[in-house]
Design a protein around this ligand. Structure first.
Ligand code: CP3
Length: 360
């Protein structure tokens, strides 16, 4: 039995995700809940990052902060959590200092044996608390906007698990693909299985759209992307959709394979994702041509435009809205997460500009 929630009052995001023409583009921003908001910084003074992730009432509070702060301007909430909860559930220890740090990264394929072979997502504390946070937040949202659930792309998670944190070049993770191709595929598959169970359970808990954040997708050659990364993304899309359909859920899915712009046409043609997320390295109009109406698109303003002043923001939004055109199926967003130094009043202006220039 699916859970009962208050009726949705603003379904712009869900309609645009299905490729429909909407009266204006829905808008939200990646990392909208977080360090650019003073109310988040205040809460962070007394709570650790993963403590917030693992405490449903706190995760709910932080998820709602931007929705309240930008009253009437946002068209989605995204559950406050992190992609690294999946490696945690697999048995790895991760701390924020202030970026993520794995105390024992995977050095060789031998280390994979230290991971839990099977993860029961309902048992794992790091994941179970996400489901509780989703159910609570969806109730608290009272239908104001839809709630997005997410997970990391398997390759991005694999890269963090091997490197032990963020790096510029991801040499160690990439060298695994070349040195240990079969073991790498097996580990990617192991991560993929957890991601699938995790996303399905998020939808059961109340998530109304699911996004896969494969932030490191663009670090590889097209050949390596198609060999190692695409199969895992494809499996997530296909199996999550099949399982949700069998349970009577119709939840759109977004794939954000950041900077893998050479793969846009292939992804649109060959996956079951409803929406493709774009970074800022491609024009909206070009992406429209590449997907040829097969998927909706999300993005793709340069996050640094939010430092560009009111006139700069307005000009960029106007130009981007024109580039995506008015055939529908556009979800306005940045091409990556918002950075901590942005002023909330500039974010508010960004939202107002999207409302104005995407009006049909
Ligand atoms: O989008 C949202 O508002 C929902 C919350 C969310 C966070 N992280 C909160 C967060 C989401 C969707 C993520 C995804 C995430 N986390 C990704 C994929 C997308 C992307 O931005 O590339 C990645 C690679 C991570 C891993 C991660 N978590 C990194 C690299 C960092 C440190 C760098 C940084 O930007 O701070 C984090 C920490 C993190 N995740 C913070 C927030 C609000 C800041 C930490 C803090 O408050 O101390």
């Amino acid at each position: 039995m699916s859970k009962q929630f208050p009726a949705l009052k603003n379904d712009l995001l869900l309609r645009a995700a299905r490729g429909e023409k909407t009266e204006r583009a829905p808008v939200w921003i990646m990392r909208q809940a977080g360090r650019h908001l003073p109310e988040f910084m205040k809460l962070r003074e007394s709570h650790g990052f993963f403590e917030i992730c693992q405490t449903p009432s706190l995760a709910c509070e932080v998820t709602l902060q931007p929705v309240r702060h930008y009253t009437g301007l946002l068209d989605a909430a995204i559950i406050f959590s992190d992609i690294l909860v999946v490696p945690q559930a697999m048995g790895m220890h991760v701390i924020m200092q202030p970026g993520p740090h794995f105390t024992e990264p995977l050095n060789t394929p031998e280390d994979v044996k230290k991971l839990k072979a099977k993860v029961d997502v309902q048992e794992a504390m790091e994941l179970r608390t996400v489901f509780e946070a989703i159910t609570l937040t969806r109730t608290e949202l009272a239908g104001e906007v839809p709630l997005i659930g997410f997970c990391g792309g398997p390759w991005t998670l694999f890269a963090y698990m091997i490197e032990g944190g963020g790096t510029r070049a991801w040499n160690k993770a990439k060298s695994w693909l070349f040195k240990y191709p079969e073991e790498s595929k097996a580990l990617l598959d192991q991560i993929t299985t957890v991601c699938i169970d995790f996303l399905v359970a998020q939808a059961h808990a109340g998530a109304q759209l699911l996004q896969v954040f494969d932030t490191n997708a663009g670090e590889l050659t097209p050949y390596d992307f198609y060999t190692f990364v695409f199969p895992s993304l494809q499996r997530i899309g296909k199996e999550v959709k099949e399982r949700l359909k069998a349970d009577g859920y119709d939840v759109p899915m977004t794939l954000f394979a950041k900077s893998a712009n050479y793969a846009i046409a292939h992804c649109a043609e060959n996956t079951v994702y409803d929406v493709l997320g774009l970074d800022w390295r491609i024009e909206g109009s070009e992406a429209r041509t590449l997907v040829n109406g097969k998927t909706a698109l999300q993005g793709n303003l340069d996050p640094d435009i939010l430092y560009g002043g009111r006139d700069g923001i307005e000009a960029a939004v106007k130009r981007t809205a024109e580039s995506f055109g008015d055939s529908g199926g556009w979800i306005a967003n940045l091409g990556h997460g918002i950075t901590p130094g942005v002023k909330p009043e500039d974010v508010e202006w960004f939202f107002q500009c999207v409302h104005k220039y995407s009006k049909r």
